[in-house]
Design a protein around this ligand. Structure first.
Ligand code: UGA
Length: 439
């Protein structure tokens, strides 16, 4: 079993570290945040992810995983150091590699053994080459440090499951030694390994994410046309899904893709193309359709109502998708300021996302309206004039349509996730607007 260090304990780093430990490796997770490290040592996960805390506790008490801020001890004799630090988007769409560079330099200054640095973070094509050179430039001891690419494909909300049961593991290496080291680390996972060179591995990550983003934007574009011509996007998607070349997943039209990946990775690939004097027209289209899609419900509601001023507006779901407390690029972030500027009194409910949202919009008067965070769906709907659904949480999907009719002042519902059938809403007496389907 290998001695593995993981740098960065966000979604990618922490989940990878815990899963390596679960398969018997000896793992040390490094983070600069001491409070976070203490929290993790006590078995508490800094992120909300199903199954993660259980595995953290189990492997910590078995002595297979530890957490530290002391990177020197953690790096110096590791067999492999995985980088799971963030690569946030910069204003021009490029990826910010500051965190990668910081860790690379620390590694160069501390390693005492031949070791493999594995970049898990999503980085532009060519970054691994630069990281290897950078480490070489700052290397203190007379040892060999090699760099490999191993992009991560987990989705938030199902991160542990996606890692333990991935469909494939991509490894991008430039030497037999690196390839064998990664093969042996991943052997216990029993998942097919695709072994390519570093630049191809880096590109596989972007090409995969951007393909999925494209698929969603395509369905959203078709959904908008469906509305105009009287077709139903859900029936259309179902009909398409039987073709195995198309596949049944990621065909759900809605109010656009959010999260920390698709928006950033579409921009980053577009930027990479521009840097190489190439125009990536398909990805550009995915970005522009998505931008428009995020406020499509708001526009529909604005056309239906004379004003939002003085109206009680219920919002169900704030996070970019269910199963996470992450708000990055969530449609709620586009719509809430618009509603507040138009004087709406918002009553927002989300099973886990309200604390994070309140950091951006503390409760109380805001813009020309106000925002109140409530602890139940009933409180949000009570006497509301209009309701928006932004996230398809299970408990929101499970709402009895009659509840909207019973609790709201006017049962007027704008559903950004197409979670109900048109007929059940009609039968319940709810005025129902969704995406790509006739009202
Ligand atoms: C995405 C990819 O699915 C992962 O494979 C990848 O590893 C990850 O990015 C990453 O690069 O780290 P994630 O952003 O967590 O994962 O979430 P997804 O489930 O892919 O959803 C992304 C967005 O697309 C959400 O806003 C979701 O609501 C939207 N979506 C998804 C749709 O609008 N329609 C669909 O049919 C599917």
């Amino acid at each position: 079993m290998s001695k593995i260090t993981v740098a960065g304990t966000g979604y990618v780093g922490l989940v990878a570290g815990v899963c390596f430990a679960e398969f018997g490796h000896h793992v040390t997770c490094v983070d600069i945040d001491e409070d976070k490290v203490n929290l993790m040592k006590s078995g508490i996960s800094p992120i909300y992810e199903e199954g993660l805390e259980e595995l953290m506790k189990k492997n910590y008490s078995a002595g297979r995983i530890d957490y530290t801020t002391d990177y020197k001890t953690a790096y110096k004799d590791a067999d492999a150091i995985f980088l799971g630090v963030g690569t946030p988007e910069q204003p021009d769409g490029s990826a910010n590699l500051t965190y990668i560079a910081t860790v690379a330099r620390q590694i160069a200054e501390t390693v005492e053994n031949h070791c493999l640095v594995v970049v898990k973070s999503t980085v532009p094509v060519g970054t691994n080459d630069r990281v290897e050179q950078f480490i070489q430039d700052f290397l203190v001891n007379d040892v060999v440090v090699e760099v490999a690419s191993n992009p991560e494909f987990l989705a938030q909300g199902s991160a542990v499951h996606d890692t333990l049961h991935a469909e494939r593991i991509i490894i991008g290496t430039e030497s037999k030694w690196s390839e064998e080291m990664l093969n042996s680390i991943y052997k216990p996972f029993n998942i097919p390994i695709v072994s390519v060179n570093r630049r191809s591995a880096e590109m596989i990550k972007y090409a995969s994410n951007d393909f999925l983003a494209l698929k969603i934007s395509y369905m959203n574009d078709i959904a908008n046309l469906c509305e105009l011509v009287g077709a139903d996007i859900q029936d259309v998607a179902e009909g398409m899904s039987y073709d195995e070349r198309i596949g049944a997943k990621f065909l759900n039209a809605g109010i656009g893709f959010g999260g920390s990946c698709f928006p950033k990775d579409t921009q980053a690939l577009d930027y990479l193309a521009q840097q190489n004097s190439y125009e990536l027209q398909t990805v550009k289209a995915a970005i522009s359709v998505n931008k428009k899609q995020k406020t499509i419900l708001y526009k529909k509601a604005s056309n239906r109502l004379i004003t939002f001023s003085g109206l009680k507006v219920a919002i169900l779901g704030l996070t970019f998708k269910p199963g996470t407390d992450d708000l990055r690029e969530a449609p709620s972030l586009e719509n809430v300021p618009l509603l507040l500027s138009q004087g709406a009194d918002i009553y927002a409910y989300d099973p886990v996302g309200t604390n994070n949202f309140a950091k951006l919009y503390p409760g109380g008067p805001s813009g020309n309206g106000s925002i109140t965070y409530v602890h139940s769906i009933e409180q949000a709907l009570q006497d509301a004039n209009v309701c928006f659904i932004f996230t398809e949480w299970g408990e929101i999907k499970a709402i009895d349509p009659l509840m909207y009719k019973r609790l709201m002042r006017t049962p007027l519902l704008f559903d950004g996730r197409n979670i109900y059938s048109i007929n059940e809403m009609k039968e319940a007496g709810v005025e129902y607007h969704s995406i790509g389907r006739k009202s």
